[in-house]
Design a protein around this ligand. Structure first.
Ligand code: GDP
Length: 458
């Protein structure tokens, strides 16, 4: 890590400002070689960089002035990588940034690999692995909520939470090991009710984080909502109302939507992917049958189903029970309420968890906001953003699942008088799995996998 790396840190293309980042022992020297307080054709004045103070000047290649720039020098460890860093703010154009970068390479800088700046920040102990991953999540955030999660993770909330668990387990492990090393000392290890409560607390915490992963995943990928129902109940019209644009084809001929139509939108910062499906009913039309099969697949893949019914018709119990899997969350909406007048409203039977349908009219917009609110409540009602560290990351979840397995085996072993060596092994394994989340015990291939996802310059 002694070499000095450089890369363009801002997106390629034209723009107001483009930033080149240099990190490593030679970064101040390298910047001084290409930077002058005056343009190239005037007497060059070598810069006196003062850490964290902006310098104005010019990037010069021999007698040629390349660009007028601002330079931000940052002495270690008060920088992104915790090394000496210089950031050059130039005009953002592909050619100008490339020329400055090539100049730095000609003076001995090495091109940075993807994620190498963040990797250095991690290896220098300035951030843990969860914070490094949060950098990628912040860059890729597509909604307010995923940004909020990533930002909270960037502050190290998750890492701290994991470290607290590791610290408690390490103390417990020390007592177990003392009992193994000094078996004659009767006071070395005794399993108290306080131990039991504390270990249970850790197990609950891990379990809670695994559960939160499921909820938080929505925020990265979007909650999949399938709109289903019999033909002509107004599925496409409701989708368009929710999306507030014309995407599906609306016609008065039943069976128009034969292929699932997908779109995405953000409701109060939460991303949704909405799929409008073919009307589900008994038919001999081959094309419709294919559409209905696709609709079933969409229901299978959905996180939640919006089942549309209409006034004046009985609740389609048979179709619903044959299409909706038992464990699929569902919201019923009675559409065409503008036509309801004296008509009877269909009532979902008590077998469904939520039997109070939302009354809407895709035509007038009635009830659409209530429907959006209900969708949010059903999907993320239990998810407290920001109150605790959450895990919208599969790598973290897998590590937690493994940690919990060892935790559970160990706690059962304690109850059953398992020997200390076996218990200690489970505690160690649990700690190791937790440690891969913060990076403390992450093997190089995990680090490569994390940092290879970054773009160059980050
Ligand atoms: P889908 O087959 O379930 O997707 O139904 P569509 O959205 O294509 O709508 C079928 C017909 O019902 C069209 O003629 C719509 O204009 C009409 N429609 C949809 N929603 C409403 C509504 O809320 N009120 C009234 N009066 N007509 C509606």
């Amino acid at each position: 890590m002694t070499d000095t790396i450089a890369a363009i840190a801002t997106p390629f293309g034209s723009g107001g400002i483009g930033v080149i980042r240099i990190s490593g022992l030679q970064s101040f020297n390298l910047a001084a070689k290409i930077f002058s307080k005056t343009p190239a054709d005037v007497d060059k004045r070598a810069p006196q960089f003062i850490s964290h103070r902006v310098s104005h000047g010019f990037i010069c290649d021999g007698e040629t002035t390349i660009d007028e720039v601002l330079v931000v020098p940052m002495k270690a460890p008060r920088s992104y990588t915790a090394e000496d860093v210089v950031e050059i703010q130039a005009h953002s154009g592909t050619i100008v940034l490339r020329r400055i970068l090539d100049l730095l390479f000609s003076h001995g800088a090495r091109p940075a690999e993807p994620g190498e700046f963040t990797r250095r920040a991690f290896l220098n102990g300035r951030i843990d692995l969860t914070q490094a991953e949060a950098v990628a999540d912040i860059i890729n955030a597509r909604s307010d909520s995923s940004l909020k999660f990533a930002a909270s993770q960037n502050l190290g909330t998750l890492g701290q939470s994991i470290r607290n668990m590791i610290s408690g387990l390490t103390q417990f492990l020390a007592r177990l090991e003392a009992a193994i090393d000094f078996p004659d000392d009767a006071g070395a290890f005794s399993y108290t009710s306080r131990d039991k409560a504390e270990l249970q607390l850790v197990a609950d915490k891990i379990g809670g984080l695994i559960q939160q992963h499921k909820d938080a995943c929505f925020l990265k990928t979007g909650i999949r909502l399938a709109i289903c129902g019999e033909p002509n109940v107004g599925k496409s019209s409701i989708m368009n109302r929710i999306l507030e644009k014309e995407k599906s084809i609306i016609t008065a001929v039943p069976g128009t939507t034969r292929d699932p139509i997908e779109d995405s939108l953000i409701i109060e910062g939460i991303p949704f992917v909405i799929v409008d499906t073919a009307g589900i009913h008994q038919t001999d039309d081959l094309v419709e049958i294919i559409g209905i099969e696709k609709a079933r697949d969409q229901i299978e893949a959905a996180d939640i189903v919006l089942y549309v019914i209409e006034p004046g018709k009985p609740f389609p119990e048979k179709t619903v029970s044959t299409t909706l899997p038992d464990d699929k969350p569902v919201i019923f909406a009675i559409n065409k309420m503008d036509l309801a007048h004296e008509l009877d409203l269909p009532q979902p039977p008590s077998t469904y968890a939520d039997t109070s349908p939302v009354e809407v009219s895709a035509l007038t917009g009635q009830g659409i906001n209530t429907l959006r609110t209900k969708l949010l409540e059903r999907c993320i009602g239990n998810l407290e953003i920001g109150d605790d560290a959450v895990i919208p990351n599969l790598r973290h979840k897998n590590a937690l699942v493994q940690a919990l397995e060892h935790m559970t085996t160990m706690m059962e072993g304690l109850e059953n008088g398992q020997e200390e060596e076996t218990l200690a092994l489970d505690v160690k394994n649990c700690i190791d799995h937790l440690g891969t989340i913060t990076g403390d015990t992450a093997p190089p291939d995990i680090l490569d996998a994390v940092f290879n996802n970054f773009c160059i310059g980050k």
